[in-house]
Ligand binder design. Structure first.
Ligand SMILES: Cc1ncc(COP(=O)(O)O)c(C=O)c1O
Length: 423
């Protein structure tokens, strides 16, 4: 396939991109981010871009709060309350009313707390239902907690879960929890959150959602959907930076009985009594563990200001338009591509993924052209679309690069042969 064959289509798509960018001008938030010139960044679903507000905030925290305030900053600068204060800021983006989200630790740890904590909320249940396509950490934690709690693990794709749950319920097999990712990290498939919650509740089970690939991109609506527990990272669409802390949502109605399986001193009712026995704090503060990574947490707080005055519904509308347009560009410029992300807007998260046996080489060749996506084993080219800082013109640029890489066979170049450590 020679690149010049698509010139007419490219011109038509370029005009369409300009029209779409004009129509969506009010949600173009690129000036709130610092991105290197000449790069189309399609990996914000792995590591979000750097928000403009972050460098100065970090400088202030380091020099003023840490450097000058020293230990007084735990009170004077509000460090102590930061896990729940930043939790409320995250909560606004995922449809959680204040007082239900706490930030700190990793998603893996938060997931352990959610799943193990579910045992305290469903003490007589015996089964954990989860998605075999979950991110590896989610599966490892699910199996680990099941072994600890004496649960059997039943695996089902989220669209098969309601039928499985109805069957388990009819058999009188008590289900503790249903754990699933809101968006599939590999395919970008967006699952029906409210439907899964309803199915879980019909079976008497708790619904536990991993929001890593939806928070900041999709209006999750945790309270409205009736989700029981949820977790997510903050370094993807929330732009908190590498290793920024994860969050745990515990719905208000569960907080008084939720048992934190990692009862650290910061979740104690009176932490500075230094008592030898644990007594949980009221509210979501009981889900705190030990000292939160304060520099990362405050970096996240600054990063979240990139969403100030912005409704996630509007971000989602922009994202649907961008991913829909990217899909269209790829299909027109690279006929025959196996696009695995759903065509329907309401089933597609904020990414467009292609299955190809040469996926690794394609990703590397794209990166060499300034189009940064990522590879997910065994054969997925993943193009993440963080709507606030991307345009329809960027989508076309990425699709053109994709077409040109394949046409020139660049992905087969020895430079792009697969190595074992990749991101
Ligand atoms: C869906 C999902 N869950 C969990 C994780 C693991 O997160 P962490 O490294 O913060 O424990 C990731 C990481 O990318 C993820 O994508």
């Amino acid at each position: 396939m020679a690149p010049h064959l698509g010139q007419g289509a490219r011109r038509t798509l370029r005009s369409a991109a300009l029209r779409l960018d004009e129509a969506h001008a009010s949600t173009d938030l690129r000036e709130r981010f610092l991105l290197p010139p000449g790069v189309v960044y399609l990996d914000g679903n792995s590591l979000g871009a750097l928000p403009v507000a972050v460098p100065a905030a970090l400088e202030r925290v380091v020099h003023d709060e840490w450097g000058r305030g020293l230990i007084t900053s735990w009170n004077a600068a509000g460090w102590w309350e930061a896990p729940t204060r930043v939790g409320d800021a995250v909560g606004r983006l995922i449809g959680a009313a204040p007082g239900q989200v706490v930030v700190g630790d990793t998603t893996t740890v938060r997931l352990y707390q959610a799943l193990r904590g579910a045992a305290s909320l469903r003490p007589d249940a015996r089964v954990l239902v989860t998605d075999p396509g979950s991110f590896p950490t989610d599966l490892y934690v699910a199996h680990g907690v099941a072994a600890e709690a004496g649960w059997r693990v039943e695996l089902a794709d989220p669209d098969q879960m309601p039928a499985l749950l109805d069957r388990l319920s009819a058999d009188g097999d008590p289900v503790a929890a249903v754990a699933f990712s809101h968006v599939d990290y590999r395919t970008g498939r967006l699952w029906d959150l409210a439907g899964l919650v309803a199915a879980a509740h019909r079976a008497g089970a708790l619904a536990i959602a991993d929001l890593c690939h939806s928070a900041g991109a999709i209006p999750v609506g945790l309270d409205e959907a009736g989700v029981d527990l949820a977790v997510g990272c903050s370094y993807k669409y929330l732009n908190g930076g590498p290793g920024s802390p994860a969050y745990l949502y515990v719905a208000s109605r569960h907080q008084s009985v939720f048992v934190n399986p990692i009862p650290g001193w910061q979740g104690h009712a009176r932490p500075f009594d230094m008592a030898g026995t644990y007594e949980p704090a009221d509210g979501v503060a009981r889900a705190r563990t030990g000292t939160a990574p304060m520099l990362s947490l405050l970096t996240l707080e600054a990063a979240l200001t990139a969403f100030d005055g912005v409704d996630v519904v509007a971000v989602r509308a922009r994202s649907s338009s961008l991913t829909g347009f990217l899909r269209r560009c790829l299909e027109l410029l690279v006929p025959g591509l196996d696009v695995v992300s759903p065509a329907a807007d309401d089933r597609r998260g904020s990414q467009v993924c292609v299955r190809d046996q040469h996926a690794y080489g394609i990703v590397q060749a794209l990166v060499a052209r300034g189009v940064v996506g990522d590879f997910r084993a065994p054969d997925i080219v993943r193009l993440g679309v963080a709507a606030p800082y991307l345009t329809h013109a960027d989508m076309l640029t990425a699709a053109e690069a994709y077409a040109d890489v394949l046409a020139a066979g660049e992905h087969l170049d020895a430079r792009f042969a697969r190595r074992s450590t990749v991101t």
